[in-house]
Design a protein around this ligand. Structure first.
Ligand code: NI
Length: 181
């Protein structure tokens, strides 16, 4: 396994449309996913999309810490989850404003509106389709990562760029929005 170089905002690979993965069982795809997982954990991230490591393909990994999951959500696996060719569908109209960061935009955080609940579909590295319903933090992470596959970064989703702040100043924002973020 290897740590991969992270693309930072401004690199064109973050702005393109990523390509479908033709064969999720290709060992080369498994190697990329393993390296992405290692890179994500090393950078203390909760999600990573392949374009962020200069691979314009529709592949994401995520790993949600137990203390960020809502009480009514099922536990997450202990190891990072890989989703190939993920697709999302919002469930209902509920929108939640919450704090996001991105490994491609280091040291910044912003308040981003996201659907509270989404259904997701994808394929695992074993070629088997996976699907489920995600709410809260997991729904947010999935929307953030799938946006990367379409060249969208979280500031693009922000209705008010005044809430784009440095991580060291984020407590000012939290004072404003209470426990929403
Ligand atoms: Ni990101």
């Amino acid at each position: 396994m290897a740590l991969l170089k992270l693309a930072r905002m401004g690199h064109p690979v973050l702005r393109g449309q990523a390509m479908e993965v033709e064969d999720p069982r290709d060992p080369e795809v498994a190697r990329l996913a393993a390296d992405m997982a290692e890179t994500m954990l090393d950078a203390a991230g909760v999600g990573l999309a392949a374009p962020q490591v200069h691979e314009p393909r529709r592949l994401i990994v995520f790993h949600l810490p137990a203390d960020r999951l809502e009480e009514d959500q099922p536990p997450e696996p202990a190891t990072p989850v890989v989703l190939v060719n993920p697709v999302l569908q919002p469930v209902g109209d509920d929108i939640v404003l919450g704090l996001e960061g991105c490994l491609s935009i280091p040291d910044l955080r912003g308040l981003v509106p996201r659907y509270a609940t989404v259904d997701y579909w994808g394929i695992g590295l074993d070629g088997v389709p996976v699907s489920g319903r995600a709410a809260g933090f997991k729904a947010r992470v999935l929307q953030h990562e799938v946006d990367h596959l379409d060249g969208i970064l979280f500031p693009d989703r922000m209705p008010d760029l005044r809430s784009l702040v440095f991580t060291s100043e984020v407590h000012h924002l939290l004072n404003d929005v209470g426990d929403q973020a």
